[in-house]
Design a protein around this ligand. Structure first.
Ligand code: NAD
Length: 473
């Protein structure tokens, strides 16, 4: 387990700054060492990517398509081992980690088949105008700890597909599955096309200010995204910022509890609630408030909480102690203001960072648990009496990643969803994503999208080719 290395210019290398512990959140103990790179190594990785770009940008659609399918084949073949590593460093149950890897396979194959069109703007006797798309050069990928493998795939694969070369920098809390991912990718692309550096030594800031990085695709918290944006101004880097969310869901009056409550629970507690687009505030009409809260609490009590590698576990630990303490503090703050914790609400007395699924009622807007992104296993259930008012409160957030409306009247639900101030508005579902649908936030949840053609084009610069047909005589 201790053979993790960075990859720079096709070579597996140790970190010049030594190594650091990677903690298994199910035990709270270190289970592996990750290389700690130096800033000199970061610069080497950027140089390698810049050099490789000179050739890679000319590779054909067919060539890239073949290579990406070969990567997907390897991911599929090695899925079981990759999934175990994800569980060890991230904490999620094995079946969910397996779906993270297999989802990555699906995304990779989708990207492999994507083509970048040349748009014909005008063609007449005098002139022909075409809009072309060119790769940007060196793309840096900065990823968080919640879906470490899948998010790295979402960044790296389309960047390569569009003809860029990449330097990956994963979260130091979950770097190992990305190191393995990069090794797999590197088997199928020329050296320097993909590189990875690990270690905290100011890498984030160094990447954001680096003059030879042309774009950063960043997924993480809003404050870090803001600091990336400030620092990236020097060479006007292109940015895709997938930041925090505090997604609201509104359940319209009369929605049958049993028909939707399982889906609502899953949307809120996906990955122990550590999902950017998880449902994080649930607005329920006062006539059904108790029924919904009790039904959610009943599902929460059924969850088997434990080590993700133990058979039968459906709910793993929180990924790190800081996050657990934040969740715990938000619940305590609500409790102090008179909220009722129907189930959960106390850290489990065992090694590791376990906090059971927690349902809180008697909370409202203006309290931290509702207003802040809790990013963990707790759901505040908030009563409303008027749909318009629920909508106003749902929109009264700086965040605008996703949101959802649940109800039997599809027309009404769609109309309300259309009023949500969010990058995605779901009806009768939440946190549904797929490779062909552009996904991204509004307001402080970021800008730019991933997935679909729009997502791929984020890794390109446009070049307008304007040809006057009458050649000079
Ligand atoms: P984070 O912002 O703390 O860290 C994200 C990454 O940024 C890590 O790799 C970290 O090492 C790096 N980093 C730290 N300081 C930096 C700096 N100054 N410059 C550049 N990079 C720096 O976020 P996190 O705690 O790892 O992840 C949780 C957050 O990510 C939540 O807010 C969640 O909502 C968000 N998220 C958003 C999406 C989305 O698609 N919108 C998806 C997943 C997670």
């Amino acid at each position: 387990m201790n053979d993790f290395r960075m990859l720079i210019d096709g070579a597996r290398v140790a970190g010049e700054s030594g190594s650091f512990d990677v903690i298994n959140p199910a035990t709270g103990a270190a289970f592996a060492q990750c290389p700690a790179g130096s800033l000199a190594q970061l610069n080497q990785a950027v140089d390698a990517a810049g050099n490789a770009f000179k050739q890679w940008k000319h590779s054909t659609h067919e060539d890239r398509c073949k290579r990406l399918h070969a990567i997907a084949d390897d991911l599929e073949r090695e899925a079981a081992e990759l999934a175990r590593l994800i569980v060890q460093e991230q904490g999620k149950p094995l079946a969910l980690a397996m779906s993270e890897v297999m989802g990555s396979v699906v995304w990779t194959r989708y990207s492999a088949e994507q083509e970048i069109p040349v748009e014909l703007v005008e063609d007449n006797a005098n002139q022909r105008i075409e809009l072309h798309r060119k790769p940007l050069g060196v793309v840096a990928s900065i990823t968080p700890w919640n879906w470490p493998f899948m998010i790295a795939v979402w960044h790296i694969i389309p960047a390569l597909r569009a003809g860029n070369c990449v330097v990956s920098k994963p979260s130091s809390l979950t770097p190992l599955s990305t190191l393995r991912l990069v090794e797999i990718i590197a088997r199928h692309v020329p050296k320097g096309v993909i590189n990875i550096v690990t270690g905290e030594r100011g890498f984030g800031g160094a990447i954001a200010t680096h003059p030879n990085i042309n774009k950063i695709v960043f997924t993480g918290s809003t404050p870090t995204g803001q600091s990336v944006m400030r620092a990236a101004a020097g060479n006007l880097k292109r940015l895709t910022l997938e930041l925090g969310g505090n997604d609201a869901a509104i359940v319209l009056p009369g929605t049958p509890v049993e028909a939707v409550v399982e889906d609502i629970f899953k949307a809120a507690f996906l990955n122990m609630g550590q999902t950017c687009s998880a449902l994080k505030r649930l607005y329920v009409h006062e006539s059904q408030y108790d029924a919904f809260a009790e039904a959610l609490a009943a599902i929460a009590r059924r969850q088997v909480v434990g080590d993700g590698l133990e058979p039968g576990t459906d709910f793993g630990p929180v990924q790190n102690l800081d996050q657990l303490e934040l969740v715990s503090a938000l619940v305590e703050d609500a409790r102090a203001q008179g909220a009722r914790v129907l189930t959960g609400g106390v850290r489990l007395d065992r090694p590791g960072f376990f906090y059971p699924p927690t349902i809180v009622t008697g909370v409202t807007d203006g309290q931290r648990l509702v207003d802040e992104e809790q990013f963990g296993p707790v759901l505040p259930v908030i009563a409303y009496s008027d749909v318009k008012d629920a909508l106003r409160r749902a929109n009264a957030s700086d965040m605008g990643l996703g949101g959802s409306v649940w109800g039997t009247d599809l027309e009404q639900a769609q109309a309300v969803a259309g009023e949500l101030e969010s990058g995605v508005a779901w009806v009768n579902c939440h946190a549904q994503i797929q490779p062909n649908t552009p996904f991204g936030g509004s307001k402080l949840s970021g800008f730019g999208v991933e997935f679909g053609l729009e997502g791929l084009l984020e890794f390109t610069a446009q070049q307008l080719k304007f040809v006057r047909k009458a050649a000079p005589q």
